[in-house]
Structures are given as C-alpha cells and as structure tokens.
Design a protein around this ligand. Structure first.
Ligand SMILES: [Zn+2]
Length: 724
C-alpha cells in the first residue's frame, strides 16, 4: 500500500454579515465543490455562522485553519453584488461584513419557496351533505382557489370539514408555491400615449440604452410632465434587448403607493417585485429569492433595494432623485442615489436619475457632461412655481414669542374663509434656534464657517455647532448697536401648531413631520379636506396631491439659506416647486409667503422670481466659495457615550490625531444641536476636504490611529446630509 498523494489544500475566505474587519480563511473539506459567492456554514467562535465565500485559494496556508461545516444553499451572491459590497465598504469606511448584512436581508429566501395545498371545487359529492359542508362548497366556488384555512374562515367552519370534503372528492387539492415567481412584464404592451415632448425625451433614453454598457442620464422634467411614462420606455427598451435583464426602479419610501404600482401594472401587464421597509417577511423573501435566482425582471423599491443580489442588472432608475430620504442617516450612513450610480457602473448598467427639482449634485454632473441631460418641459399652462411673496419680519414681526406674522395670519384667515387649506412649512426640524437681532435682522455667525451661533441657556454663551467656537452673548447687536435686541429664534412644528390652534380655534390643525407615525392617515384626511391647516417639514409637501391646498407659509425661509447644513436652501426651493406643481394642476391658484429677515437675499429674490437658474447659480456660487459639496467633500465623525466626560475626551483625542494634509479642514469637536439624545451625550467632528482628496482613505487612516474605548460609539458618515 502506498500513501495517497497529499492533495493541495483548498481554502475559502468567508465573509460573515457581521462587523468583523475582513473575510476569514477556512479549509474546504474534501469532496465539497464550492464557487465564489456560495453560501456556507462555518464555525465562528463557539457557534456556527452563515457566511459567503468571498475568495477561493489553493496551496498550503500560513496557519492551521478550521474546516468549513458545509454549504448553506440558496442562490449564490453574484459577482456584481460582491464587488459592490467591497466598493461600498471602502468608500463608507466600514467593515465589508456590515455591507454584506445589508445584502442578506432574508435568510428564508435561501431556501426554496414553501408550498401549500389549495382547494377548488371537485366533481365528487359528499355522501352526506350538512349545512357546514354546503357553506364550504359555496365558499370554494366563490373563491376559486383557496387554502384550507381561507375556506374554513370564509365558511365559518372548522378545518375538519374541509378534510372530509377533500376525502370525498368534493374538493380537489393542488400543491402550489407560497412565493410564486412574478409574471413576466410585457414591454410591448400599449402604455399611455406619449406627447411629442415625452416621445422625444423617451427617444433620447432609448438611444442611451441601445449604446449599452454604463450610461447615465438626468431626466429633468417639471412636475406634471409625465416623467414616469418616459422612463418606462427605457425600461421597455432594456427588456426588448434582453429578456433576462433586470431593472431596478428606486422611489422614496413614501412614494411607493398603490397608485404608482398601478401605473407599472398598466404599462407592463404584471406586478413588479416590491422591496421596502413596510413589506412583510413573506414579500421580502419572495422578492429576494426571485431576484437572486434571476427570475424577477422589474424591482420597485426604496433605497435598500440597491443591495439586492441582482444577477443581470441592466438599468437603475432613481425617481425623485433629489429626495433627502435617499440618504440613510441611521445605522449605515449612505446616499442611495449616489450608490445607485456606483452600482450601475460596476454592473455595466445604465442609470437614469429623474426629478422635477434635481439636486445640485446631479445638475453639476449634467452640466459637466458626466450625465446626459434630458429635459422634459411641462404641458402648457402648468405653473412652475406658485405666486411667491415675502414677508419682511423686520417690518411686520410676529408678536413676542410667536412665529406667525400678521400678514401670514391674514392670508391664513382668508384661506380658511374660502374653505381652502394652508400648509405651514418649516425647513428644518429639530434645529437649535439661531440668534438674531430683532431690529436689523443681523444673525450671529461663527467667524470661520459662516454657520449660525446658538445660545446655550445655562451658560448664556453663543456656541457654534460646527467648530465648537463660543463667545459671551453681546449686550448690543454688532451690526446696528441696538441694545438687548439679540434673541434666539427657531420654532418647532409643535410650537407653530399650538399657535395656529390658539389663533384659529375653529380650524382643524394637524402636524405632519418625518416622525409622524400616522403619515398615510394624515395624507388621506388632507386629501379629503378634513384638515384646514397642516404644519409640517419637507415631508408634508412631497408626492401628494392636495388640490385644495392654496397657501404655503414658509415660517423660517432664512434658516434654509445659510448655516451648518449646505443643502437647506436647496430643500426650500424643491419644496416650493413641489407644492406649486400641485397648486398648478388644480383649478385654484396657489401662493406662497416666505417669512424672512432678508428679503433682499439673492436666493430669496430668485425664489420670488420663480427663477430656477438664478437660484441655482446663487447656490452654486455659495457652495463653490465654501468648498462644500459637490465642489468639495465632507465627512462627519460622530461620538456618543452615556458618560459626558468620556465622549468629550475621546472626541478631543480623535481631533488631536487628525493627519495633517493640505486641503483638509477639521471643524470641531463640537456639540451638535441635539447634544443629548435619550441619555447619550454627543460630539461631532466635521471634515471638509478639497475635491482632490480621497476622503474615505483619509478618514480610514485617521480612524486607524485612534484606539477608542467600547463605551464610546464612533460613527463615520461620508457626505453627511443631517447636521442635527
Ligand atoms: Zn441689529
């Protein structure tokens, strides 16, 4: 007998969906055939864990390794998805396992679809007919195909009755999949007839698809111009060219309504696969499995659908691309729109960004020629902006401690008397108040970042939430020398609603903000005219059709125009356009009133003139001058701890260890506006860098220099959108 020749050692690097620094190597047992992307079970610490093969290697390893337990089944994670995970991890400065966790959102989907038995009326008759049996047979005829549970419920009988009828042949049982595949969409079904302008825009998108490979376009069409029908033509073209292609259509969560889905069904003759946070585990596992196995053609989903394991992704549409909810601000911080472009590039797919009010980032990309700019003008007669007026708060201020000025109150009264609706809009929710002079409107600013100073009640000092700069509150206004004129202003939705209720006791006043639990209910009541005055943040304005809404009062137009949040002005503009789009479609003209201390500000002037180009020019110049996105890069490093001393020390240590590089500015550590949240004390460092700097690499190098205790949570947000 001769010794069998030693086989070369086979190893698999396995990535687990956990916050581990990298993939771990395991020995592959003899006889186990594995491919990269396969799901496996492997020992991790004292337990068995599910992971994905990230690489396969041959030859002896450097150290003794544990052996894989075995395969876990399920469709493998495709190469495009794996590359996306690696790219995103690097960009967001996160362990790759954290990104993989965003992919593996349904472990049930790795198993085949469960089956169930359904019954139809059979040809047989039961030997003895009872009232219960009769009810079941009636139900079976009414329902067509139904499970035993559904039949029993419908007939109001126990499941034993169903069993007896099935044995007698009066009911026929069939086995079917609980999660059936989605029906194939038909690209050649007739959609809505396109207008000449829509057909022209659709033609441009079709040519883009025909060119193949990575292509990107900005579909810039005013509200009511029918963007959806236009990008449907691009979707149809993709399907015609490759019946196995997959298409992802991303929408803000709130826009995923029944009405929108009906439009898909009408155009393509089948329901799309859905993916959003409200979908139950059953819907999720069905969509995940069908996508991973390459059967689902069109997926309609919220931002997290970007992480689905597509096998043949050929087109991503990001509808309402300017929507701030594409940025995820909790847990994993990412901008879904930006990552959609990355994913398309990695997959060699096309990407279409669509909006009536494109983000400054996308417009800049289009102007630079990086995106094909497809314009879609509105139908004649559709207003772009409502009639916009300003209220100069220096001349007609609200009563002390109030937020609604006399001219706005007058307009609200008129609106109420006509039986129409008002929206009181606040740009920023939860922001600390800024300090301004009641006489001249001068706002107290931080010396080097042009962000507002806010008053700390306990110390009486004015503090910058960006840099941490602070100063005593001056007795006189530095601009006009008025004495005791500096005051903290900054309403919240609750305070404004309270004021409206007090002044209009007969009106029905409701609050709608991003943390309103009953958003859908409020929208429905607003549509049905059951609300007179809606007080809300940006979320209140978008995606809804409120034909009877004819007045928009912007409470804090100034807050949007400067300060720590570079995108606040852009959001005011987008909101007004959205509200106006609705007012323009209805028969009643809408108007908007901006409460401002600076009616002469160029951005306010551009708003009043309804001049998008002038507004964008002013914004672009301001951002370029400050080196803010998209002309520079930003990152936020957050610190949280229960112990205020610990968070302060760690943040200070972190700041002290920042690598010194030309073109990088470090602001802070500072207390963010919400310095304590549910007992957690917070600090923040903001980083601004020139466009030439690789922000991710910089932050990664910095992070690796600092050891932080587990009691202090450190979060990294590349390109932050939230500054509270
Ligand atoms: Zn003053």
């Amino acid at each position: 007998m001769t010794e069998p020749k030693a086989k070369p050692e086979r190893r698999a690097a396995v990535l687990f969906p956990m916050p581990l620094p990298e993939a771990f190597d395991y020995l592959v047992p003899d006889g186990l055939e594995l491919a990269v992307g396969d799901h496996v079970i492997a020992p991790l610490g004292k337990r068995m864990a599910h992971g994905v093969v990230w690489a396969l290697k041959e030859g002896p390893g450097e150290r003794a390794l544990k052996t894989l337990e075995g395969p876990a089944g399920g469709a493998p994670i495709p190469q495009g998805t794996r590359r996306f995970v690696d790219w995103v991890a690097k960009y967001l400065v996160q362990p790759p396992g954290i990104i993989l966790r965003s992919v593996l959102r349904s472990s049930e989907a790795l198993k085949p679809s469960p089956t169930e038995t359904v019954y139809t009326r059979g040809s047989g008759e039961p030997a003895r007919m009872t009232e219960a049996r009769e009810k079941v047979l009636d139900a079976a005829e009414a329902l067509g195909e139904a499970s035993a549970a559904d039949l029993a419920r419908e007939a109001g009988v126990s499941s034993g009755v169903i069993k007896g009828l099935a044995e007698a042949g009066a009911l026929t049982g069939l086995t079917r999949l609980v999660d059936p595949p989605f029906a194939e969409p038909d690209p050649d079904r007739d959609g809505l007839p396109l207008t000449v302008m829509q057909a022209e825009a659709a033609g441009k998108l079709r040519r883009l698809i025909q060119a193949g490979g990575f292509q990107s376009a900005l579909l810039d069409g005013v509200t009511g111009s029918g963007k959806t029908e236009v990008y449907f033509e691009a979707v149809a073209e993709v399907l015609r060219r490759d019946p196995e292609a997959q298409i992802l259509i991303m929408l803000p969560e709130i826009a995923l309504t029944e009405a929108v889905l009906n439009r898909f069904e009408k155009r393509f003759g089948s329901e799309p696969a859905l993916w959003h946070s409200g979908a139950g585990p059953k819907a999720r596992r069905r969509t995940f499995r069908e996508v991973a196995e390459g059967r689902a053609r069109i997926v309609v989903g919220a931002r997290s659908s970007l992480f689905l394991p597509f096998t043949k992704l050929r087109l991503i549409v990001v509808d309402e691309e300017h929507d701030p909810t594409y940025k995820q601000d909790e847990g994993l911080h990412y901008q879904g729109r930006d990552l959609a472009v990355v994913r398309a590039k990695l997959e060699g797919a096309s990407v279409i960004l669509a909006s009536a009010t494109p983000s400054l980032e996308s417009l800049t990309n289009a102007e630079a020629g990086r995106y094909v700019h497809v314009h879609l003008p509105g139908r004649p007669g559709v207003a772009v902006l409502p009639e916009i007026g300003t209220i100069d708060l220096r001349e007609t201020p609200p009563e002390n401690g109030r937020w609604l000025s006399p001219p706005l109150l007058e307009a609200m009264r008129e609106t109420l008397e006509r039986g129409e609706q008002s929206l009181l809009y606040l740009n920023r929710r939860g922001y600390a108040p800024l300090v301004l002079c009641r006489k001249c409107g001068h706002r107290m600013m931080s010396p080097d970042t042009q962000s507002y100073l806010v008053e700390h009640r306990y110390t009486g000092r004015l503090v910058c939430h960006v840099t941490g700069f602070s100063m005593p509150k001056p007795k006189r206004c530095p601009a006009c020398q008025a004495e005791d004129s500096l005051t903290s202003v900054g309403p919240g939705v609750e305070r404004v609603a309270e004021e409206a209720r007090h002044l209009f006791p007969e009106a029905r006043v409701e609050i709608y903000s991003s943390d309103s639990a009953s958003g859908a209910d409020i929208v429905a009541r607003m549509e049905q005219g059951e609300i007179d005055i809606l007080v809300g943040t940006q979320i209140a304005a978008k995606g809804h059709n409120f034909p009877n809404l004819t007045l928009v009062g912007v409470i804090d137009a100034d807050l949007g125009l400067a300060g720590g949040d570079p995108r606040a002005g852009e959001r005011t503009f987008q909101t007004l356009v959205q509200v106006a789009g609705r007012a323009g479609r209805a028969e009643r003209p809408g108007r908007a009133l901006l409460q401002t201390h600076q009616p002469e500000h160029e951005a306010i002037q551009a708003l009043v003139a309804g001049d998008r180009e002038a507004f964008l020019d002013a914004e672009i110049m301001a951002r370029e001058a400050l080196g803010l996105p998209p002309f520079g890069r930003m990152a936020a490093i957050g610190f949280m701890a229960m112990n205020p001393k610990a968070v302060e020390d760690v943040a200070a240590d972190f700041a002290a260890k920042a690598p010194v590089t030309d073109g990088v500015e470090i602001w802070g550590p500072a207390e963010p506006p919400r310095a304590v949240v549910r007992g957690w004390h917070r600090r923040r460092i903001l980083v601004r860098a020139d466009k030439t700097i690789d922000m991710s690499a910089y932050v990664r190098a910095w992070r690796s220099r600092v050891k932080t205790p587990p009691s202090v949570r450190v979060s990294i947000d590349i390109d932050p959108y939230s500054f509270i």
